[in-house]
Structure formats: C-alpha cells, structure tokens
Write a protein that binds this ligand. Sequence first.
Ligand code: NAI
Ligand code: MG
Length: 356
Amino acid sequence: MDYKIAVIKGDGIGPEVVDSALEILDAVGAKYGHRFHYTEVLAGGCAYDDCENPLPKETLDVCKASDAVVLGAVGGPKWDDLPGEKRPEAALLGLRKELGLFANLRPAILFGALKDACPLKPEIIKDGLDICVVRELTGGIYFGDRGFKDTDMGPAAYDIEIYAEKEVERIAKVAFDMAMKREKKVMSVDKANILESSRLWRKTVEKVAKDYHEVSLDHMYVDNASMQLIRDPKQFDVIVTTNMFGDILSDEASMITGSIGMLPSASLGGDNKGMYEPVHGSAPDIAGQGKANPLATILSMAMMLKYSFGLGEESDCIEEAVTKALDAGYRTGDIANEGEKVISTAEMTAAVKSYL
Ligand code: NAI
Ligand code: MG
C-alpha cells in the first residue's frame, strides 16, 4: 500500500529525531512492501523565521491532504519573546484544532531493560508498568476565553476552563474503547469537588460508561491522582482527563518510565487521521549534537502504523526492535546509568534497524 505522510520536523532536536524515525519507517516499509510518501512542511519557530507565521496555510493544507502527520517538536529560547499568536506553540494548538485532534493518547510503558532508570523504588515497579493516559486535546482551559481586566488587586489576567457535554462524551468513548482492548478499567481524573466543569465531566463520563458494561469506572481528584501515580502506579490502566490535567499527569507518568526521551504520542480525531509526535520538546540544550534519544519518535511511528493505517504486525515489529535494542544495552545519554556506554542518535537508530 501507499501512504501519504506530512512531515513537520520543527525546531531543536525535532529534525534529528524525525530523520531517525523515517529511516525506521522506510525499513519497515521495505520489509512489508509498503511505500510511505513524505511531504515536508514547516511549523513552529522555523516557520516563523521563514514567513513570520508559525503555522502557514500551506502546512495545514498538506496535513489535511495526508493520511497522517509526523511532528518532531517546536519552540526554543530564540522565539520566547514573541507575542502568543506568533510563538511556535501556537502552531501546535492550531494543528490540533484545525485537524480536529481531540484525543491525545500517551502510553507510559516501562521497558524491562530500563527499570534502573525509573526513580521509583524497585518493589513498586517490579512487574513493569503500562499506563495509557487519554488526554482531551482541543477543549478546556487551553482553548477557553482568556483576557485581562482591572481588579481591586490591580491588573489581572484570566483563562476559562469550559467543557461541553459532547466534548467530554467523545473523549470518554475513546478511553472506554481503549480500555476494552486492555485491562477494562478506566480512571477518570477531575476536580469535581471544586470545579463546575469537572462536575459536568464526571456526570458525562458516567453516562458514557453505561454503554460499556464490561469496563469498570472510577473517579479520582487530580491532586490525589498525581500522588497515587508515584505511590502506586500499578493501580492505573487507562486514565482519561482534561486537557490541562492530562498535560501535567502525562509528564509525571513519563518520568516513571525513566526518560521523556522514551515516550510516544498519538493525537486522533473522528476521521482517524492522526498526528504522531514524541512527548518531549525541542531540547535546545542538546540540539544539533547527535545526543537526542530517537526512541520516542520511533515508537510514535509504531502508533501511527497501528492507529492510522491498521498495520498491527508492522507496529509490533518496531516495538519489538526497540525492546531488543534496549535489552542489548544500547543507551543514549538520557537513559544511560553511570558507567554505561553512551551512543548517538544515529547509532541508536542503526541498532533498532538491525533488529527489525
Ligand atoms: P524538553 O522536552 O525539550 O526538554 C526537557 C529536558 O529533557 C531537557 O534537558 C532535554 O535535553 C531532555 N530531553 C528531551 N527530549 C529528549 C530526547 N529525545 N533525548 C534526550 N533528552 C531529551 O522540554 P523543555 O526544556 O521544557 O522545552 C524546550 C522547548 O521545547 C521549549 O521551547 C518548549 O516550549 C518546547 N516544547 C515543545 C513541545 C512540542 O513541540 N510538542 C513539547 C514540550 C516543550
Ligand atoms: Mg506538556
């Protein structure tokens, strides 16, 4: 089969990790007889430098005309002083909104070979860890009204958390469908003791749960959830939560797996056209030095094969190759323990490729 993929390498280590991931994708294509056609477009800081717009129309058009989108990362200190709508991050929000990508799947998996890199006590993680955070991505406080006003306490700024029933319903369905393929349990995380939007969230998730008799549903307040993730992460399987809570909790979950350099993500919408990117940012501190861990982006390709193209075997093939490379002791700097040999982005890519 032929697949059209829009490629946004972005800023910092983005181009390095995307090049690695596409190399792996091409190797999988060669093995299974698929052809991936890439169209490279700009977004983020590099797009701003090119045309003073972090998300040019051409980029959106190409993404909409593709079967899936691959993104590296955007942003960096060079663009930090730009106003909000010109900043590289505006490109991310714009892509999510314009492509209707309301569901962000962030699996946090602790690979057996990396148990030493996990900051939790060995007895807590002795049986490994496999959590999937399902984060709402196009609603809530990141997209609500914002502005400034004068108050008794002087000038003030505000951002509004708002959720509509239909927004909650569709993300809850994604979580329950995911749970059906896993351990059949969902933890919905909110702040329903305080927030009106969270009470609507909770009520709506419960309504959706009625269509999934086999799945058990629990609720947890976000402050408790952030604590429980450290105390006893094994209690979680699928976590469904709002845009902002999901942003924070999935970063927390990521550290339990050893390094942010390991975590892939998929952003999906109704029509199954997805955007696939590592959870990490552009890592300006190590950009251009060949030090970046490419595994998060490589694993994002495995998610793309599975969720956008329905290629389960090809997807498993990538995950197994990554596992084998880690088992064989290949380590980039972020996942190496003291005394372990540190390899480059290109060497890690070659190692994974050799195990495909
Ligand atoms: P970051 O994820 O870029 O880096 C945090 C730390 O993790 C750094 O020490 C970095 O070197 C390390 N790191 C990240 N990815 C790595 C990898 N693949 N291999 C090895 N080490 C890795 O987050 P930070 O520093 O908060 O943000 C840097 C820039 O990235 C900012 O401009 C931020 O806005 C942007 N950003 C972009 C995101 C995106 O495009 N989706 C997400 C998060 C941040
Ligand atoms: Mg974040």
